[in-house]
Design a protein around this ligand. Structure first.
Ligand code: SGN
Ligand code: CA
Length: 512
């Protein structure tokens, strides 16, 4: 009799704990930006840190872990997002280039979390061409979205909102977190448009950095000697590619006839501003533009001027991202959610901030191969810790699933970061990563497709349509100024890396 009672009692306890378990599963907040260079985050530290700190993003690092060697598998928006959703390289998930359409009915981590009882939402930039699948709630920007008075798309249609895009995405995310079912865990993808081109700041930040001169990267005037055809032929320089709309000088430079598209894009931005915004905008940029025109700058001085205009607007956009992240972190703390919410910060890839004279991304060179990744999982790992292990955006899906206590499908191609978050240094962690940029060269920025391998010290890149190889010794040449591919001293290393690259391509089933 007593034995039976104990058994009943145990069964009851098991049933209760099984019911209670889902509530204890951690919430997941994935804060994601577009084109945010790790160098523009003070937790990473760079020449920009003192002048343009990001105290709120840094809070995540102070309470969690900073990934020093975080990379993407394809440095461009849609493909990076698709890789995160699926945990698979582009050639497997089918989204190789911007403009492709994502098959949302394939296996993705939001769908798996939703099936397991998580409340799921995506708010902000999406850029995958098809409507989100696997989300209880979605409210996304059309394509690249707009900075001022942006449109949002929901299942019901498109509508325009009053305000600045970074503030609005945050407002909507806070509202969703407040209004969701508090009994079930959530996974929210809060995805900013900022600091994407054309780097349009919040009206309140138009004068930020007015008195600052930012240091230039040492390779601002790179001549691309030492590298191959692709670096020489790209179209992404501050000197030549940036247009008057990017630089906010269309009050002094008439470019209507030169390029219809740029004109249209800029006109669209101006038309979305309120009268006051437009007045403040020209009050901020106009006098500086006039001074620039009157200064009669040389070609080189003009590049310097453009770099200052660019970096200031870029960092102004980041200031509003950082402020809004502060709002979200404050909410988590005040609501008591912080203790059981994993907060991760990342971007679809890093970005050139004048290195090699460039903006944009795409290349397998360091600035765009990397992406920031900062994670805080309260009670796991040591606050303020760092790891040098190589991680990649294909790792995220498995990480989220393991955090939620779910099994990881065997066809995912990454590795869960949970051991790293728990402060472990797995001995069998990957020692190299595979990268492939697929987009046709005859698209924006004219970057040739390529693939390659990066190890701790070396990087071997193959531009497949050019049949050209490049090799970099990152220890001796961290800025990747000289390919050592043809240097006989590196011949053995080249053979070894080619062999490893072949093996990696076999592992990832890369045949293109
Ligand atoms: C637009 C931008 C490009 C940018 C792509 C892709 N031009 O075409 O500079 O590389 O988007 O960006 S713009 O004049 O329209 O701003 S991505 O982040 O979506 O991959
Ligand atoms: Ca991007």
């Amino acid at each position: 009799m007593i034995k039976n009672r104990i058994i009943v009692c145990l069964l009851w306890m098991l049933a209760v704990s099984a019911q209670a378990a889902p509530q204890k599963r951690p919430n997941i907040l994935w804060i994601f930006t577009d084109d945010h260079s790790h160098k523009a985050i003070s937790a990473y530290g760079s020449h920009l840190t003192d002048l343009a700190p990001t105290p709120n993003i840094d809070r995540i690092a102070e309470q969690g872990m900073l990934f020093r060697n975080s990379f993407v598998c394809n440095s461009i928006c849609g493909p990076s997002r698709a890789a995160i959703m699926t945990g698979k390289h582009s050639h497997i998930n089918g989204f190789r280039s911007n403009g492709d359409r994502f098959d949302g009915h394939q296996q993705t981590f939001p769908r798996l979390l939703q099936d397991a009882g998580y409340q799921t939402a995506v708010i902000g930039k999406w850029h995958l061409g098809t409507d989100p699948v696997g989300f209880d709630h979605w409210e996304i920007l059309p394509g690249q979205g707009h900075y001022y008075q942006p449109d949002f798309i929901t299942a019901k249609g498109t509508h325009r909102e009053q305000g600045y895009v970074t503030d609005l995405i945050t407002d909507k995310s806070l509202n969703w977190m407040k209004e969701r079912d508090p009994e079930r865990p959530f996974m929210l993808m809060l995805q900013h448009k900022a600091p994407h081109r054309e780097w349009s700041p919040a009206p309140r930040h138009l004068h930020l950095f007015d008195d600052v001169t930012f240091p230039e990267p040492p390779t601002l005037f790179d001549d691309y000697e030492g590298r191959g055809t692709a670096a020489k032929m790209q179209d992404m320089t501050i000197a030549k590619t940036m247009h008057p709309g990017d630089l906010k000088i269309n009050d002094v430079v008439d470019f209507k006839d030169k390029n219809g598209w740029y004109y249209k894009a800029t006109k669209n931005r101006m038309e979305r501003m309120t009268e006051k915004e437009s007045k403040d905008w020209w009050a901020a940029y106009g006098p500086k533009n006039k001074a620039m025109m009157e200064a009669n700058l040389s070609e080189k001085e003009m590049v310097r001027w453009k770099y200052q205009r660019y970096i200031k607007d870029y960092l102004r956009c980041i200031r509003s991202v950082d402020e809004n992240i502060g709002r979200v972190l404050n909410y988590l703390e005040e609501s008591g959610l912080a203790d059981n919410t994993v907060v991760m910060y990342s971007s679809d890839q890093s970005f050139y901030l004048g290195e090699h004279g460039w903006f944009d991304k795409r290349f397998m060179y360091e600035e765009s191969l990397r992406t920031p990744l900062i994670a805080c999982w309260p009670g796991h790992g040591k606050p303020g810790s760092e790891t040098d292990l190589m991680v990649q955006n294909i790792d995220m899906a498995q990480t989220f699933l393991e955090i939620a206590g779910l099994p990881v499908p065997s066809d995912m191609q990454g590795s869960s970061l949970v051991p790293l978050l728990n402060g472990k240094n797995p001995a069998d962690w990957r020692e190299s990563i595979y990268y492939q940029y697929h987009q046709d060269v005859n698209t924006v920025h004219h970057v040739y497709p390529h693939y390659g391998i990066r190890t701790g010290r070396y990087k071997l890149i193959y531009f497949n349509t050019l049949d050209e190889w490049e090799l970099y010794d990152l220890e001796k040449d961290p800025q990747e100024m000289t390919s050592q591919y043809a240097n006989p001293e590196y011949a053995g290393k080249v053979d070894e890396l080619k062999q490893q690259l072949t093996e990696l391509r076999a592992v990832y089933q890369a045949t293109e």
